[in-house]
Design a protein around this ligand. Structure first.
Ligand code: C2E
Ligand code: MG
Ligand code: MG
Ligand code: MG
Length: 281
């Protein structure tokens, strides 16, 4: 009896696992097809400069609308694209599209592009970035590349060499989601980033939990002593904004200003935030 039950449970899990693998496999095929059909799009979220009181640039965020499932989160499909080796061509598409669109923006606005660890496995990345800049005519100084700490875990010294190559092109390098990875801080000695992006998990608890406030204050101070600027992600409330302004954070980004929007909505955002010099707080 007991033996039968055990086998039954096992079969149940096996069936569940099967279903999950099949769903994943299906999504994988859809993802490849979407890439072939160029069914991806970029949305842009403003990055607001607190000293200048204006939008200084936009972060490009990849969007995929699945034919039946609708919008799939990049948090779900980017890791899958990494696993199946699709992130290199997809990342190249993102770079080229973002540079092309940004080259039409006014006032030297910057564009920030997320670059996955899997794109850092080859120095070909430098050529890809160079080509995206050349074909769009975008000045390298207007391009910011966002990487996460995981990039440095994979292949430290090769990565640092690629980072220097990208910096030599004139691009800026930002550390994304700072404080959520597993790296030691020692990488900050081998590569000085231009910017630290404080992860939204810290911003969220800023005004409700003392510990998060201490951490963000320490990050702002560490970054500034090392010659880096700081951007806080996930700013949703005027209280968070006031706190960050008070503590000397350079830039903020979050739903308080705008969610990521299609490129067609950028002129309206610029009219609101940069045209009328309106203050957020
Ligand atoms: P990320 O680079 O840290 O991007 C910030 C994420 O926070 C975005 O999610 C954005 O929509 C969201 N966000 C912005 N403001 C707020 C806010 O006030 N509150 C909250 N709760 N969330 C906010 P999204 O667009 O879903 O992207 C998730 C992640 O997927 C990104 O995190 C990035 O790691 C990755 N990703 C997105 N686009 C690309 C891409 O083109 N290439 C690569 N390699 N990764 C990408
Ligand atoms: Mg980012
Ligand atoms: Mg982030
Ligand atoms: Mg993030």
């Amino acid at each position: 009896r007991a033996k039968d039950d055990g086998r039954g449970v096992f079969r149940f899990f096996e069936a569940q696992m099967d279903a999950r693998l099949q769903a994943r496999r299906a999504l994988e095929l859809d993802l490849r097809a979407a890439f072939e059909a160029e069914a991806f799009d970029l949305h842009y979220q403003p990055i607001y400069d607190l000293a200048e009181e204006r939008i200084s640039g936009f972060e490009a965020l990849l969007r995929w609308t699945h034919p039946t499932r609708g919008r799939v989160s990049p948090a779900e499909f980017v890791p899958l694209a990494e696993e199946i080796g699709l992130i290199v061509p997809l990342g190249e598409w993102v770079l080229r599209r973002a540079c092309r669109e940004a080259s039409g923006w006014p006032d030297g606005l910057k564009v920030a592009v997320n670059v996955s660890a899997a794109q850092f496995t080859s120095i070909a990345l430098i050529g890809t970035v160079q080509a995206a800049l050349a074909e769009s005519g975008l000045s390298a100084r207007r391009l910011e590349l966002e990487i996460t700490e995981s990039v440095l875990l994979v292949n430290g010294s090769a990565t640092v060499a690629i980072l220097h190559g990208l910096r030599d092109l004139g691009a800026r390098i930002a550390m994304d989601d700072f404080g959520t990875g597993y790296s030691s801080l020692s990488y900050l000695r081998s590569f000085p980033f231009d910017k630290m992006k404080v992860d939204q998990s810290f911003t969220r608890d800023l005004t409700v939990e003392q510990g998060s406030g201490f951490i963000v204050r320490a990050v702002v101070s560490l970054a500034s002593s090392l010659g880096m600027t700081t951007t806080a992600e996930g700013v949703e409330t005027p209280e968070q904004l006031a706190w960050l302004r008070e503590e000397g954070c350079d830039e903020v980004q979050g739903y308080l200003f705008s969610p990521p929007v299609p490129a067609s909505e950028l002129p309206a955002l610029l009219a609101i935030w940069n045209g009328h010099k309106r203050r957020a707080a």
